[in-house]
Design a protein around this ligand. Structure first.
Ligand code: SF4
Length: 349
């Protein structure tokens, strides 16, 4: 679009001065760029860096990743959240090995056929790894563009999505699309931040309609908050004679698939949490009473979890449930890939 401001030269100059030195900026390897882009979806740079380094130490290339068990990949992801990313990463690695002889695709059309790779991630891989004119529109870029053009309304609506992609396409330069992608992502992360954007230091201030109108704190407009249900559960710290606790692995094909947890069940309608915990104890072959250990609150994207933990003693028959399980000491539990809510329960041990 001819009426789009020429922001690339301004961004290049700014990026040259204050761009961040990040581990994945020392490579062009598609595998590493892809990994960083997936990890950075919904997760901050600070949280990603140690995971990125540990993941690469464990799975140094796409062949090793593809050959690993899915459970192993999810375990390496434990604590990073949004675990479908790990499962998709693994599935995509296998697809690249099987369909592309281990070479990362170099076209947008092929990239977006890989699990977990959308249009923006594909654009980032094209731009940064392959130095093609890849176009990106991640959360940071979206915020910058909404403010730059003072876009009204819900920025996630389909009309806004279409408009934002048009702007993203028109602003991306033919040359140095890699620097442009990294610069505009950095700008959103460090300068055009969700709250209190640093407009006086922004290289785009001269073109920014939100800043000109003094509306940088109002945009993007907040979406109407959806009511988030709260799920009530009980968890059991079930100890055997040696004091080891029972943990089970969640099925791979569901929420938090492949991660470990203490046994849980939902609180029965009309029953107290303690009665529900006693029932859980019986279901697991234990007997006797349960003793409350403490409460954990955890938030997921679609619901909140209110989880009360109880202590109980295992029956003589040991474990009577299905699926992969283990009896572990407190020290081993601290090393285990427990998911977030259950990691919080370690303080009760
Ligand atoms: S001037 Fe302010 S609101 Fe506009 S892009 Fe820069 S930091 Fe964001």
């Amino acid at each position: 679009m001819s009426d789009s401001p020429q922001i690339a030269p301004l961004l290049f100059a700014w990026y040259g001065r204050v761009g961040r030195d990040l581990p994945w900026r020392h490579t062009r390897a598609p595998y590493r760029i892809w990994l960083s882009e997936i990890m950075l979806q919904q997760t901050t740079v600070t949280a990603v860096i140690p995971y990125y380094q540990c993941f690469l130490a464990r799975f140094p290339d796409i062949g090793v990743l593809a050959a690993a068990a899915a459970e192993e990949v999810v375990e390496a992801w434990a604590g990073l959240g949004y675990y479908s990313r790990a499962r998709n990463l693994h599935a995509a690695a296998r697809q690249v090995m099987e369909l592309h002889n281990g070479c990362f695709p170099e076209t947008l059309e092929e990239l977006i056929t890989l699990p977990g790779i959308g249009r923006s991630t594909a654009g980032a891989i094209l731009a940064i790894a392959h130095q093609e004119r890849g176009v990106i529109l991640d959360g940071n870029v979206r915020r910058v563009l909404v403010r730059l053009f003072a876009l009204e309304g819900d920025p996630r609506s389909s009309a806004a999505e279409k408009q934002l992609w048009l702007w993203a396409e028109s602003l991306t330069p033919a040359e140095r699309a890699d620097d442009y992608a990294q610069a505009i992502m950095d700008l959103g992360a460090t300068c055009c931040t969700p709250t209190k954007p640093n407009c006086p230091e922004c290289p785009l201030a001269v073109h920014c309609q939100a800043f000109t109108q003094g509306r940088q704190d109002e945009l993007p407009q907040a979406r109407a908050a959806k009511a988030v249900p709260t799920v009530q559960q009980v968890g059991l710290l079930l100890a055997d004679k040696r004091g080891r606790l029972l943990v089970r692995r969640r099925p791979m094909n569901g929420l938090l698939g492949g991660l470990w947890e203490f046994p849980t069940r939902e609180v029965l309608p009309g029953a107290t949490p303690e009665a529900s915990a006693r029932l859980l104890l019986q279901e697991l072959g234990g007997s006797g009473s349960v003793e409350e250990a403490g409460k954990v609150a955890h938030a997921y994207s679609h619901f909140k979890l209110d989880l009360r933990f109880y202590r109980g003693k295992a029956g003589t028959a040991g474990y009577v449930g299905e699926g992969e399980h283990d009896w572990l000491t407190a020290a081993a539990l601290r090393e285990l890939a427990l998911h977030g809510a259950h990691k919080k329960a370690l303080k009760f041990i």
